[in-house]
Write a new protein. Structure first.
Lengths: 435, 550
């Protein structure tokens, strides 16, 4: 009989009746072999590992994070509410003390979904981790500082966007270098908004990085940063497409490596993101992650076709990673020395492409750079699908001036916009004004 | 005329049924020799033995053998490949790990080595082992390794069982336990069947013998020889099937079998008992044996009643019979005796035992007696709430099931077992639900055994990309024709089930259900390369038509 060292909850929701298209990577078959492996290994019979039912996220849960244009119902299906609801259930289990750690093994994923949602990007409609994070902060006021470590192979540009101005959410992403992979972002100079410098950390790794490179990054950059940040909650955005067999990426990570990464990181919560080597990688990676979370020996877990010599990284790759980690850690430790925006209002213009739905969006964002709070911001967004809307966000802990500024923006939206939206985090309020 | 016998830990009950009527019942104390108990109870029926057309036995034989570890040394030859270290699940030194690895699709990565198998077999033989279980990981996706090991050792061992024949369900650790227990109890079952047949023949009974299984179904003794592990925990299943036979409607019914020490809780939906989804546990170990979902709670008629820190406690243990029956400690039966709900035994002894508690609590005896009964019923009710909560918390894996959950809500309660009648009104009040105590509830267990249909379950997998079709339980492993659909697989399975009734121990009276059906497109790159189809079929558990349940 095997006993887990740490009580671990598993929310498994494979959505066997949902797909983007029958042959899309995000299809019904995706978690089938993972379930086969988990069942055959008897993981759910291990003393201390328990499976729980997913839940449904409500529109309020979604609106706490996103501005869905024109509304939530138009942008998501039930699969998305269950996937996000599965994450919320996982968080509930941990925060209520039912388990020490939990893993939401759910689909579809979410880390490419940004704050404004005109459609689907990178197979994501809504950001399931972000919805979980905001649900946690609303319901458990003692959770102040949260760290998300995104170990998906793709840069989590959606999660970065959502927490860009948030000084209490540290978002760290390790991913294949954006010069060689979708979405083409996630460079070291993307370091957080002017009021949250250092709260975004991007670690673009070269193609063919394998176990040593990933684990070096965790031990020499991520763990020291987490040690200093001292989060109340650590979330692993556990994409599995860094695997050597993944069909849409070019890394060389292994199941054993993923397990070790989670052992080192010791996250409170894991959320499945991408990972499309559904037969050769996911069954073994998920087994490894579950065992590592539960504190059960995973040393015999490996892919049956694994040949470590074949995928070991070039010493040059390791040298590059060491330099990158040194530079990033140094920059992070000196984040307060960076001179922030001297003006009251900081603006950024962006073009965003929704590859899954073929929509183009242009955004003009204005942040009130505030000495007293994270600062209110507004986003003027226009999409090729036809909607131009104004989105206003009043952050958690907003000062009176920022709160007034937010309401002014919302109230003064005119007929140029289809609608204006207002997110008020402290009041947990969401308003839509159709113009 | 048919005969059902339930050999329980304390009593052996028998019931004889003819044309929809119970014509005789008998009860004896279960002795050390179960065959004697069977002969005894059959003689007690006083029916003409030559007219018996069907004899069904529910026994604690394999359950006790497993729990008390009363079986001879049994070997295991195991191949696993990567994953959790299988040695975590090795129960004795006679478990041996050998080379070999198969993945979830059934592809071989590491072959089995003949020399290694022979060496292990040699060692087992030298240690005097007679029975060997053979298990490989993912054998239900490709039984080749188990079959190869089997062919290498079959001539040297009297009893050999293979993991894939136990169940088509994925779960390697449970398969290890199931195969081990099955092999271990094979000789015991064999000797038992032989003696029972002899004993019944001496009584003039020559019909075939069936055994009750944990899932509330029966199988012919020929199949029980091969898969004796399925008879574990058939006792609670017998009572549940008795409840199925005695029910008067198809309501969702919570069934309480109240015994001396414990109350067994189960549930019927549309007259069919709910099964434990992964398999039942025995001797503290999880198995793949299909069994009823039941919860046993330590509250029964003979539960020990005592006071701790000024609080009245009922159970969970039994310290002998009720005071009324010569026991030394107060019990709920004594409380019922004092309340006038129960007529047997010595009223004065009951009164004295309850009065002792009343003095300690400084309360009136009648009040204490009713507090005891309330406490006991409360304990049962709390357990039922937890049980129903668990039935309803099974995870689901499709959006459809998530949005349209089948919530189980009991509409009535059926109580069987000794104190059923005495507790009826208390239970009705506590649960706020109609509570039925059927006629013959005291022999529900033997009746359930007598009337249970034969059942079996098979698992089918078709992988059109690898062009293979598998049915582990029937040992079918064949190449698929070109085009194949889910309906093809279902009709193949239905035929296979019908053709193998003898092997599976089924009688002719079967109705086949599709328990599960799934079909997935398999994709490589961006094009479909095949279909992965999974089907589970069962012959439906229930009551034979002779009883004509209306
Ligand atoms: Zn990805
Ligand atoms: Zn402010």
């Amino acid at each position: 009989m095997i006993q887990a060292k740490r009580k671990t909850g598993l929310i498994f929701f494979p959505a066997y009746d949902w797909e983007i298209t029958p042959t899309h990577p995000e299809r019904q078959e995706r978690l089938l072999y993972t379930q086969d492996q988990v069942l055959e290994e008897g993981l759910l019979d291990i003393e201390g590992i328990h499976e729980f039912k997913a839940g449904l996220a409500s529109d309020e849960d979604v609106n706490r994070v996103h501005f869905c244009v024109p509304d939530v119902a138009s942008r998501i299906t039930h699969s998305h509410s269950i996937s996000a609801g599965g994450c919320i259930e996982a968080a509930r289990l941990v925060l209520e003390g039912n388990v020490e750690r939990a893993f939401a093994l759910v689909r579809p994923p979410g880390h490419h979904a940004m704050r404004v949602v005109h459609g689907a990007r990178g197979f994501c409609n809504i950001n399931i981790e972000a919805i979980m994070v905001e649900w946690v902060r609303k319901n458990y006021s003692h959770i102040k500082k949260i760290a998300i470590v995104d170990t998906d192979c793709h840069h989590g540009d959606g999660s970065q966007d959502i927490f860009w101005h948030d000084p209490n959410v540290l978002y760290i992403s390790i991913h294949q270098d954006g010069r060689t992979l979708y979405p083409g972002t996630g460079f070291p100079d993307e370091f957080g908004g002017p009021g949250a410098l250092g709260m975004t950390v991007n670690v673009p790794l070269p193609p063919r990085t394998s176990d040593r490179g990933f684990l070096y990054t965790v031990e020499n950059l991520i763990l020291p940063v987490l040690d200093e940040f001292k989060p109340d909650l650590v979330i692993n955005s556990a994409g599995q497409d860094n695997h050597y067999s993944d069909p849409i990426t070019h890394m060389a990570f292994t199941a054993g490596g993923y397990a070790r990464l989670n052992e080192l990181l010791a996250p409170d919560l894991c959320v499945l993101e991408g990972g499309y080597s559904i037969e050769s990688a996911l069954p073994y990676i998920n087994t490894g992650i579950i065992l590592a979370l539960a504190g059960v020996d995973y040393s015999y877990v490996r892919e049956p076709d694994l040949d470590p010599d074949q995928i070991r990284e070039d010493p040059k790759v390791l040298d590059y990673i060491q330099e990158l980690c040194d530079a990033l850690l140094d920059a992070w430790r000196r984040r307060d020395e960076v001179v922030s925006s001297p003006n009251e209002f900081a603006e950024r213009q962006r073009s965003i492409y929704y590859d899954t739905d073929g929509i183009s969006e242009t955004q003009n964002e204005t942040l009130r750079f505030c000495p007293d709070c994270p600062g209110a911001f507004k986003i003027d967004t226009q999409a090729s699908s036809g909607y131009r809307v104004l989105c206003v966000h009043i952050p958690r802990g907003a000062c009176d001036t920022c709160r007034r500024q937010g309401h002014d923006w919302f109230d003064s939206a005119n007929g140029r916009f289809y609608a204006a939206y207002l997110q008020d985090m402290d009041k947990d309020g969401y308003q839509i004004n159709i113009l | 005329m048919i005969l059902g016998i339930d050999i329980g830990g304390t009593h052996t009950d028998a019931v004889c049924v003819k044309n929809n009527v119970i014509v005789a019942t008998a009860k004896v104390i279960t002795g050390a020799d179960l065959v004697d108990s069977i002969s005894g109870v059959v003689r007690g029926l006083g029916v003409e033995h030559g007219l018996l057309k069907r004899v069904v036995l529910s026994t604690t034989l394999s359950t006790n053998a497993i729990i008390e570890k009363k079986y001879t040394a049994t070997g295991m030859i195991v191949s696993a490949g990567p994953g959790i270290d299988p040695r975590n699940y090795f129960l004795t030194d006679d478990f041996h790990l050998i080379d070999g690895a198969i993945d979830h699709r059934g592809r071989e990565y590491i072959p089995v080595r003949k020399d290694q198998v022979l060496e292990v077999a040699d060692n087992l033989k030298k240690n005097g082992v007679d029975g060997v279980g053979v298990v490989s990981k993912f054998c239900v996706r490709n039984p080749a390794h188990e079959k190869k090991i089997h062919s290498l050792i079959i001539d040297n061992f009297k009893y050999v069982s293979m993991g894939h024949r136990m169940s088509g369900t994925l779960n390697f650790p449970r398969r290890l336990h199931t195969t081990y227990f099955n092999t271990a109890v094979m000789p015991i079952q064999e000797r038992f069947v032989y003696s029972v047949k002899q004993a019944l023949a001496e009584l003039g009974i020559k019909t075939s013998i069936l055994f009750l299984k944990a899932d509330g179904g029966t199988y012919l003794s020929s199949a029980a020889d091969r898969l004796p592990v399925e008879t574990i925990l058939s006792g609670p299943a017998a009572s549940m099937m008795g409840a199925v036979a005695l029910r008067k409607n198809t309501h969702t019914t919570l069934v309480l079998d109240i015994g001396g020490t414990t109350t067994d809780i189960g549930i019927l939906i549309d007259g069919v008992p709910v099964l434990e989804p992964k398999g039942i546990s025995v001797g503290g170990l999880k198995t793949l044996v299909r069994g009823l979902k039941m919860l046993s709670v330590g509250a029964g008629g003979d539960s020990h009643v005592f006071i701790t820190n000024g609080n009245l406690c009922v159970g969970p243990h039994r310290h002998g019979p009720p005071a009324a029956m010569g026991g030394t400690q107060p019990t709920p039966m004594d409380a019922l005796r004092v309340l006038g709900e129960f007529e047997q035994g010595d009223l004065n002894r009951s009164r004295e035992s309850i009065a002792g508690l009343a003095r300690e609590l400084g309360q009136d005896s009648k009040d204490v007696a009713s507090a005891i009964v309330t406490k006991m019923v409360d304990t049962i009710q709390k357990a039922c709430d937890g049980f129903i909560g668990e039935v309803n918390s099974n995870p689901v894996y499709t959006i459809h099931e998530m949005l349209h959950p089948d919530v189980v809500r009991p509409e009535e309660i059926m109580v069987i077992g000794g104190p059923a009648k005495n507790l009826q009104s208390y239970i009705e009040k506590a649960f706020g639900m109609k509570c039925v105590v059927p006629e013959h509830s005291e022999v529900a267990n033997a009746l359930g055994a007598a009337l249970a249909r034969t059942t079996a379950q098979i698992t089918l997998l078709a992988d059109t990309q690898l062009k293979k079709l598998l049915c582990p339980e029937l040992d079918i492993d064949m190449e698929l024709p070109g085009r194949y659909t889910l309906n093809d697989l279902i009709s193949f399975g239905t035929d296979a089930l019908r053709k193998n009734t003898t092997y599976l121990g089924l009688t002719d009276e079967i109705e086949i259900d599709v328990v599960e059906q799934q079909s997935f497109n398999m994709v490589k790159g961006f094009s479909t390369t095949g279909k992965n189809m999974r089907v589970k079929l069962q012959s439906r558990p229930g009551i034979i038509s002779l009883w004509g349940n209306k």
